[in-house]
Design a protein around this ligand. Structure first.
Ligand code: 44T
Length: 839
């Protein structure tokens, strides 16, 4: 029998719960109703709060309200974004993700906000998470593919595929461990491979550290999969922050590391090793006590390195680091003085500079010419802490190089030999068949021609953890010509906030007839763009044709100016070219009214200064060029009308990124641009055609994933790192890519920017195989049609664009004469291609 005393109590509680339920339901439904009303009146902030309240109280409704909640969140986030309320924005996303922790759309969208704010790694983590939640989610896929490189850099694949390198490290580690080094620390473990080698060789204690969060997590997965999670202790930190006994219990007898970049010291190996010798390693062997046991003393693999260099002439390097033209599309550029790229070996230049860039010399378009014999720049012993410490404070070393062949001194190229131990060496030289790039130190001084018999004075130093090589002078017939930019070049590089500098620069214009003593820094891709004469000439032709036609319609009506808007990313002179064409073509300069009003969207101060200088020097009225971003509040408004009731006559869209991909949101921008265009107006370019071909390229495979079914040095690594494989490769130089062409180039896809109804998202094309082989990739590039007559290719000799390629998931074996059917899909701005044989 039920307990008489408990029953009524239960009923009371039950009744109270019922009452509470009713009240709660009432609150929930009122909140949802209010949320909807707020949505209707576009009060997204309040709607968001109502949704949060309702869905927190009634989790069961989450599925039902998911769509409208997302809509509200995104609208509110956009508003917060444009108000600059960034903290509030991220707080909202945090709350949203608490409510919907596995909602891939919210996670992806949070990633997009993070990305826009410049938090690239965090953004990439969100795209990765969204893709794990729904592997076929196209938006997350597109986003992830664009940023995967930052999470796991592509060279990891190359290094793991480089059997020679893996094997030599394994031999050296095995020898050291078997020789008595029983405790090991792997600095910068990456996937964990060197640490695992040490464990396999029998080391009693193995520790590893890794700076990057993604790589650390990946290494943890790899260690578990190889049954070493308990025997190798890995920490997520920079070695410089490690302490004993907090992070490792005792000093170790061996440090293994491959924290070296193409310039040897760029990953901070000098500081890491100085710190390791002071805090993490046992003392080095004392040669007065030759019997000290290896387990009681410390050593490092690699034991040391030798750095080599050579002076080269190379057009490909030159066109990215110095301005090679004096005029462009009708504009005289000499007023700009020197143009510098941010790659400079002068240690006193600003933070935005880096001392070297990297290239694989063997893959440089047009090749290179050695102007000297290779020389030894430096020898360093990693087992000698005094030497490591001395390196940074050491006097500059000067080396005299004999010029063996006259030419243009474009750069010093540098590589090194890594002495793992006495028997095992790795070389990163240009002739080696390895994964390594070389470090390139471009010479940017005005005077750079050398004759056979000249001597080049090179200064070698190591400052701020970079190895710097600098050509400081040329000795000819006993005379020394300094190349130092402090004496020959401009005294100052203009590139920051130079309102006053602009005035003095403009003032300088009136007084000097010679080349001005002035310099501007541009990104190397921007310099290459200015050197792309064909592109600018085509623009000039297309633009003048359009201006003629627009003017002819206007004259009769005596109406508005021709509004030209250039929304290129980075530096661009295209709007100025339009304004200048106008001032050229006015038959009677005094009387004819100025017709072109040019707007440029360049944002950086020094870009604006450069355009103003160019305008002035080229006879363009100051008022004919305006900066469009100064008129608009936020980015989304870039494409607005020039003013109320006015429309654009020309909108110049920057469609292709330097890396070889279509710019994100291009089609949305084009749609908007079409709405803002006057009758007879034109978008430049009007059409883009994507071309491609079938190729067999092992190089592309090696760069995209760990290849083969064999475990790497016996370890299971490939499946983990291959999660970061992306199907599209960027920044290719197709003209020097090692590959066999298996078909002729064909048209893959076309995008009409002037007429959206002509566009499609899927297309099939058939291509005939011209050479038998294994199709591993489909490189692609673009023909950019400015109008019906003018077009440029992104695969041309002087293109500042690189090419890209889709790497097939499965290679396709084909024979000459067979047909391959390609299915091409363009989702948003990202292209995917599958290939099957046509039966
Ligand atoms: N690749 C050169 C550079 N790390 C190798 O986070 C080479 C370039 C290259 N972790 C083509 C081919 C190649 N403490 O995951 C990285 C990095 C980590 C540290 C903890 C530290 N002090 C550091 C310093 C770096 O170490 C890993 C390897 S860095 C190696 C760079 C095939 N282009």
């Amino acid at each position: 029998m039920p307990n008489a005393t408990t029953r009524p109590k239960r009923t009371r509680r039950h009744r109270r719960t019922q009452r509470e339920d009713a009240a709660r339901n009432e609150l929930v439904s009122r909140s949802l109703e209010s949320a909807q009303q707020c949505l209707f009146s576009q009060d997204y902030g309040t709607a968001f709060v109502h949704y949060l309240l309702a869905l927190n109280i009634a989790p069961a409704l989450r599925d039902f309200a998911n769509e409208s909640f997302r809509f509200t969140l995104f609208k509110w986030a956009d508003e917060l974004d444009s108000l600059g309320r960034i903290q509030d924005l991220f707080d909202c996303y945090e709350q949203a993700m608490e409510l919907f922790p596995v909602d891939e759309v919210i996670v992806n969208s949070m990633g997009e906000h993070l990305f826009r704010m410049g938090f690239r790694d965090e953004a990439a983590g969100h795209f990765y998470k969204a893709l794990k939640l729904r592997p076929d989610f196209p938006e997350a896929k597109e986003n992830f593919y664009r940023v995967a490189n930052w999470l796991v850099e592509r060279w990891h694949f190359l290094m793991l595929n480089d059997h020679g390198r893996n094997h030599k490290y394994q031999l050296a580690i095995k020898k050291a461990v078997e020789g008595g080094c029983s405790s090991v620390l792997d600095i910068g473990t990456g996937t964990g491979i060197l640490g695992m080698c040490a464990k396999m060789a029998g080391a009693a204690e193995v520790y590893a550290c890794e700076l990057s969060k993604t790589m650390y997590e990946l290494a943890c997965e790899v260690l578990s999969a190889n049954g070493m999670a308990d025997s190798i202790k890995i920490v997520h930190m920079k070695s410089l922050d490690m302490e004993i006994p907090k992070d490792i219990p005792n000093r170790v007898s061996l440090v293994v590391t491959e924290t070296v970049d193409a310039g040897l010291f760029g990953e901070g190996i000098i500081e890491s090793l100085i710190h390791a010798w002071k805090h993490l390693l046992l003392p080095p062997p004392n040669f007065r006590e030759p019997l000290s046991s290896p387990s009681q003393t410390g050593r490092v693999i690699p034991a040391g390195a030798t750095v080599f260099g050579v002076a080269v002439q190379c057009h490909e390097i030159r066109r990215h680091h110095r301005l090679c033209v004096s005029s462009l599309g009708g504009l005289d550029l000499s007023v700009l003085g020197q143009i510098y790229s941010p790659v400079s070996c002068f240690a006193d230049t600003e933070d935005s500079t880096e001392p070297y860039t990297t290239e694989r010399l063997s893959r440089l378009r047009g090749g290179y010419i050695q102007l000297t014999q290779p020389f030894t720049a430096l020898d360093i012993d990693f087992n000698n802490v005094q030497e490591l410490e001395g390196l940074c404070s050491r006097e500059l070393m000067q080396i005299r190089l004999c010029v063996t062949r006259g030419g243009i001194l474009d750069a010093l190229a540098v590589w090194f030999q890594l002495h793992l131990d006495q028997d095992n060496h790795l070389s990163t030289g240009p002739q080696e068949d390895t994964c390594w790039e070389q470090a390139i130190y471009p010479v940017q001084t005005p005077f750079n021609t050398v004759k056979c018999g000249d001597e080049i004075l090179v200064e070698v130093s190591c400052k701020d953890s970079y190895l710097r090589l600098c050509c400081i002078a040329i000795v000819r017939d006993g005379h020394t010509f300094k190349m130092d930019n402090a004496t020959k070049g401009p005294s100052k590089i203009l590139n920051a906030n130079p309102e006053t500098e602009l005035c003095s620069a403009l003032a300088g214009l009136q007084t000097t007839q010679e080349k001005p003593d002035r310099a501007f820094m541009l990104e190397s891709s921007e310099i290459a763009l200015l050197n792309n004469t064909a592109y600018h000439n085509s623009f000039q032709k297309a633009m003048s044709k359009l201006l003629v036609s627009l003017k002819s319609t206007r004259r009769s009506q005596e109406s508005d100016p021709i509004y030209v808007l250039d929304v290129s990313e980075g530096f661009s002179v295209l709007s100025l070219m339009a304004a200048q064409l106008d001032s050229d073509s006015s038959e009677d300069k005094q009387n004819s009214s100025r017709l072109v009003q040019a707007y440029s969207s360049v944002e950086k101060e020094h870009h604006q200064t450069m355009l103003r200088l160019l305008a002035k020097e080229n006879g363009v009225l100051e008022s004919a060029l305006e900066f469009w971003l100064s008129h608009v509040e936020d980015d989304s408004a870039v494409l607005q009308r020039p003013s109320i009731e006015k429309l654009w006559s020309v909108i110049i869209l920057d469609c292709i990124e330097t890396c070889g991909l279509i710019r994100q949101k291009l089609l949305e921008k084009a749609t908007l641009a079409r709405c803002l265009l006057e009758d007879g107006g034109q978008i430049f370019p009007e059409r883009i055609v994507i071309h491609g071909m079938l190729v067999e390229s092992d190089t592309l495979l090696l760069e995209s994933a760990v290849q083969g079914r064999e475990p790497t040095l016996g370890f299971n690594i490939a499946p983990f790192i291959n999660q970061f494989t992306v199907p599209v490769h960027m920044f290719l130089d197709l003209s020097t890519l090692e590959c066999t062409h298996l078909s002729e180039p064909i048209e893959l896809f076309a995008l009409d920017l002037m007429n959206n109804t002509a566009n499609y998202t899927d297309k099939e094309v058939k291509v005939q195989v011209s050479t038998s082989g294994k199709v591993t990739a489909i490189p692609f590039w673009y023909q950019i049609h400015l109008d019906s007559e003018q077009s440029v290719s992104t695969y041309s000799e002087d293109s500042h664009w690189k090419q890209a390629a889709v790497v097939l998931q499965q290679p396709l074996v084909v024979s000459r004469g067979e047909w391959v059917r390609l299915s091409i899909r363009l989702h948003k701005s990202s292209i995917s291609i599958t290939a099957v044989k046509q039966e």
